[in-house]
Design a protein around this ligand. Sequence first.
Ligand SMILES: C[S@@+](CC[C@H](N)C(=O)[O-])C[C@H]1O[C@@H](n2cnc3c(N)ncnc32)[C@H](O)[C@@H]1O
Length: 296
Amino acid sequence: MAETMLAAPIASNLRENEFQRYYEEAGPDYAAWSAGFNMHFGYLRRGANPLNREDMLEEMNRQVLQRLRVTGDRPRILDLGCGLGATLRSIARALPSAQLHGITLVPWQLEQGRRLNQGSERSRKIELRVADYEDTAFPAETFDALYAIESSCYGTGANKAQMICEAHRLLRPGGRLVVADGFIGPGKLRGPQWAVYRKLCECWVIETLGEIGPFVSELENAGFHDLAVEQIQARVAPSVFHVPWVTVKFLLTSVLLRGRKMTRARWNNVLAPILLPLVGYPIGPVAYFLVSATRR
Ligand SMILES: C[S@@+](CC[C@H](N)C(=O)[O-])C[C@H]1O[C@@H](n2cnc3c(N)ncnc32)[C@H](O)[C@@H]1O
């Protein structure tokens, strides 16, 4: 029972309810996006096929793992906002000896993720639990590496200070943190872009995206060094271009043919990626970043 309760709920009860509803109702729809339930955008490596979406989504997992620079026999790695555990399963394939943990705020994802992890000997050892990455119950200096893929955006405030502070506490000295996400900046939202941005946040039940300048300053203040800030919009854009096609196919098969009811949360999940390019680079200041840092 304790495991299905939220450790430290997000900002308000209203938003928490919306957040849970969004992931419970729209969660199964991610099957239309990714066979492996990767709940993020992809990374197009040089020479790869931009039509192969799943390969680009898996490549994002590989790029994050590469930047974690894990070494040693049984590195301990934690996914801060693991969704259905797709990235952890990728890492389990690449590093069978790693001790892998994932946390999410959504009990439904925990159940589904555990079910998907039963698919192979390696992924069966992954440990998932419901916890808030701003305040986990793990002891200090438990992990060699932490990452957050498209989950840091849910953290409090534009600098995500609470998430960063907890990440610093959880890492051993020399441990690595990698964050892959959309951020605002360095430019600013202008005029009508504010309305689009607010609707985008409402759709994904986000308080505010991170702002890249304050986020990086916060990492330095918290005690991270060796910072690398990569703007990878061009690598991510090819997977964003899949959104209209996947949306049309999804609406035809899931709604028209199978007659599944579209709830507000499910419509929001369709609308958000369509709004994203309207505030995204180069029209707007929202861009995708890979930020890596080492704990002092
Ligand atoms: C868009 S999904 C990304 C999931 C996964 N990283 C992936 O790429 O497949 C965002 C995830 O962040 C998680 N999340 C958001 N805020 C969180 C918090 N404060 N603590 C833990 N997980 C959180 C959600 O529960 C969800 O699993």
